[in-house]
Design a binder for this molecule. Structure first.
Ligand code: ACO
Length: 429
């Protein structure tokens, strides 16, 4: 195969290098394009633009493949352990028993928030969106850990990463407790990552939340399946902010904001709202799908479609199975699961969805699992953020260590008015 591409512009021939990734994906390297030709490329939404070289996650959207550091995500499903996967993504290999224990102990040690930070929650209205609180509080961590703003070596980075992964669940749980007017639960050092989070969310002074094994495994898997997805909108945001040398906390806080939108992480809330609407009898699944196909309706089948996957999203397939097993194991059938299955069935036999290669994505079934665990709908995107955090951290660090990394600064094609003169206010008409 050719190792260069030929571009002919204004009759002049330019040779551009072609790069190949380890899985055979190919890219035309245009790093010198503007310097050599005076032209830029235009790619709104970046559907054809590679922003970096990365060794963290591989996706083949045509074949429905997702691998973390080379390991297919299906292999994490039998004994799901989010902390182990977080380490894998961030540090590049599965942890040894010693590394795992030490990291898990760090997560326990760092789970508390500074008491000063607790007061910030009081300032938010009860109705504040938890994603706003999450972003603000992650950013605020840099005020409480100024020693971790500059990360000079691996050890400092490890401490910052562990603090962030540990504290995000405390922040998330406190945001929820504040919204329902309940006292904050301090983290329990005897509990592991997921049970501790559920304790902080739901325990009452008179009623300790005990985490069932099936719930623990389901939530671990949900978090794992959200843990990274290469250059998605929020991860690219983290990289974009980090490229200015902004600190880890600030960069991840920006990632939370990007994730919030309904076309990204916010879709899991939109899916639940869609299913509820159908369940309440406001609209039938058939009618909903019909509206989703109608350009004028502005309705989309939420949890369907993906920029990269043009086949089944492997995360959706796993989560569909988890939803079935969890609900039947808990003896809590949920009519929303039946509605989701029905929507999937209708859409996947409709040429509109088949031709456009629109399949259920990660958000289609995740909400049903979270609902079964008792997580309120307005916390769904927060759960996504807890899961995605290791990916953001891994990308931030990969970029920070890349000697060739530059500040991210796209260009544009200007379409405004040509040069014109300033007119004083009295002379304006
Ligand atoms: N329902 C109905 N039609 C859809 C849907 C959908 N969910 N998704 C895409 N389409 C249609 C579009 O209208 C378009 O049709 P056209 O060719 O006739 O104009 C075609 O499929 C291509 O869609 P785009 O919007 O161009 O695809 P893009 O890659 O830009 O967007 C996205 C991908 C945002 C995920 C889109 O599929 C969508 O809006 N899905 C619903 C929201 C959602 O589930 N988001 C979560 C994504 S996963 C994640 O971020 C974690």
């Amino acid at each position: 195969m050719s190792d260069h591409a030929t571009l002919i512009l204004d009759g002049v021939q330019h040779e551009l290098p072609v790069l190949e990734g380890v899985e055979g994906e190919r890219a035309i390297d245009i790093r010198e394009l503007r310097e050599r030709t005076g032209h830029i490329t235009l790619d709104p939404g970046y559907g054809n633009t590679g922003s970096c070289l990365s060794a963290i996650t591989f996706i083949d959207g045509e074949k429905g493949i997702l691998r973390y550091r080379g390991i297919p995500i299906e292999q994490f499903a039998d004994a799901p352990n989010f902390v182990e996967v977080a380490w894998l993504l961030i540090f590049g290999r599965l942890p040894t028993a010693e590394q795992y224990t030490s990291f898990a102990e760090d997560l326990t040690r760092y789970a508390n928030l500074d008491e000063g930070m607790k007061h910030h929650f009081e300032g938010f209205p009860r109705s504040a969106p938890p994603m706003a609180i999450l972003s603000a509080m992650i950013n605020a961590l840099s005020c409480f850990h100024p020693e971790l703003i500059e990360l000079d070596d691996d050890e400092q980075f490890r401490m910052a990463a562990a603090r962030l992964i540990s504290k995000i669940r405390t922040i998330a749980a406190y945001a929820y407790r504040h919204s329902v007017g309940r006292p904050y639960n301090y983290p329990d050092p005897h509990l592991r990552y997921v049970p501790n989070f559920l304790h902080m969310m739901f325990s009452q002074p008179f009623d300790q939340r005990v985490c069932d094994e099936s719930v623990r495994d389901a939530l671990n898997l949900v978090l794992i399946l959200h843990a990274d997805h290469e250059q998605n909108c929020s991860t690219s945001t983290v990289r974009m902010v980090g490229s200015s040398q902004a600190n880890l906390f600030a960069s991840c806080a920006a990632g939370v904001c990007a994730l919030w939108g309904p076309l990204h992480g916010g879709a899991n809330v939109a899916v639940l709202e869609m299913l509820e609407q159908i369940h309440q009898g406001n609209i039938t699944p058939e009618e909903y799908v019909r509206l989703a196909k109608d350009r004028d309706s502005k309705i989309r089948l939420m949890g369907f479609g993906h920029r990269v996957y043009k086949n089944f999203d492997p995360r959706a397939q796993l989560l569909g199975g988890v939803a079935e097993r969890l609900l039947s194991g808990l003896g809590r059938p949920d009519p929303l699961l039946d509605i989701a299955r029905r929507l999937e069935e209708i859409a996947l036999s409709d040429p509109y969805f088949v031709d456009r290669k629109l399949y259920p994505n990660v958000d289609f079934y995740s909400g049903i699992i979270l609902r079964a665990i008792g997580i309120p709908t307005n916390m769904f995107t927060v759960m996504f953020a807890i899961g995605r955090l290791p990916g953001w951290i891994a990308h931030w660090w990969e970029q920070r260590q890349d000697a060739a990394a530059r500040i991210a600064r796209p260009r544009q094609i200007y379409t405004g008015s040509p040069q014109s003169d300033y007119v004083s206010m009295a002379q304006r008409i």
